[in-house]
Ligand binder design. Structure first.
Ligand code: AMP
Length: 284
């Protein structure tokens, strides 16, 4: 496994792999790797000849008041996890290697970026799309792997790759959860012990929503959202940022559960904001 810091050096090394006809799978991450990341890497390993993982805490996607400085970092463990998982190249650039002082270009995926998390975190998805566009240019992967955990991000990247002809296939893999259902996230490390216990309420609220839809045939978003709110309020001190039921294809609001719907929730546990979601499909 090679650890590379310089973008040009990585691009050169990967060009050689491509020349040999090897298929390149790419997993972009911000590090503090956990089993969710591992599942993406494992799939990339199964489906490609050469696996590239990037580890980069992208300043562009953090607002000034957000947690860029204290974002969890565990470079040594990350490298071990990559090595054990059969990764070929780990790309660990420093910010100045990707952003010159007069960097002034941005990739905006309109519409998809303004709703749900985009409403609470203005500019966030522009930062994400811009860095992923740069990484796609440097790595030139055949396939890139993303987690359903960040459903909105995965849709935005898929749209960007299509609109801008990146020629990379985007695969979205299921959410990996802790035993109590909490979606794995690097940010879970911020939670103190009572918050950690309470955080399981997010998935409980999503399961309550699914049960209302599947077992009781409730299809009105307002009723489902009301139930989710009461589940969260009953057993946690969380502050709900949003609960939304939207089309899983384009994030537009739905008036009734029909087709493939994304049920998404974001909530604050103290100073930590967590997100989770499920997709439900209904034919009515
Ligand atoms: P991050 O390092 O948080 O930027 O995440 C890197 C990639 O891992 C993104 O595509 C995430 O959606 C994905 N990911 C993060 N957590 C999970 C999880 N619990 N299950 C599956 N994928 C995840």
């Amino acid at each position: 496994m090679r650890i590379i810091r310089d973008p040009r050096c990585l691009a050169r090394a990967l060009a050689q792999q491509k020349k040999r006809g090897l298929r390149i799978g790419f997993v972009p991450t911000m590090g503090a790797l956990h089993a969710g990341h591992r599942s993406l890497i494992r799939r990339a390993r199964q489906e490609n000849d050469c696996v590239v993982v990037s580890i980069f805490v992208n300043p562009l996607q953090f607002a000034p008041h957000e947690d860029l400085k204290k974002y969890p970092r565990s470079p040594r463990q990350d490298i071990c996890l990559c090595r054990e998982s059969g990764v070929n190249f780990v790309f660990v650039p420093v910010p100045p290697a990707l952003y010159r002082p007069d960097f002034s270009t941005a990739v905006t995926v309109k519409g998809l970026s303004d709703v749900l998390c985009g409403r609470s975190r203005p500019g966030h998805f522009e930062g994400v799309a811009t860095v992923v566009a740069k990484l796609f240019h440097i790595v030139s992967p055949d396939v890139a792997y993303f987690g359903q955990k960040d459903a909105q991000q995965a849709l935005i990247i898929g749209r960007m790759a299509r609109d801008l002809d990146f020629g990379v296939r985007i695969k979205v893999l299921p959410i990996v959860r802790e035993a109590d259902g909490l979606a794995m996230s690097s940010r879970n490390a911020y939670l103190d012990s009572p918050q950690r216990k309470q955080a399981a309420v997010l998935y409980q609220s999503l399961k309550a929503a699914r049960s209302l839809i599947v077992k009781q045939r409730v299809y009105r978003p307002a009723v489902i959202i009301g139930r989710m709110r009461s589940v969260i309020r009953r057993s946690s001190g969380a502050r709900i940022d949003y609960i939304a039921i939207v089309s899983a294809d384009d994030l537009t609001p739905v008036r009734k559960i029909r087709g493939k719907c994304l049920i998404a929730v974001a909530a604050w546990f103290g100073t930590t904001r967590l997100i989770d979601n499920i997709v439900v499909t209904s034919s009515v």
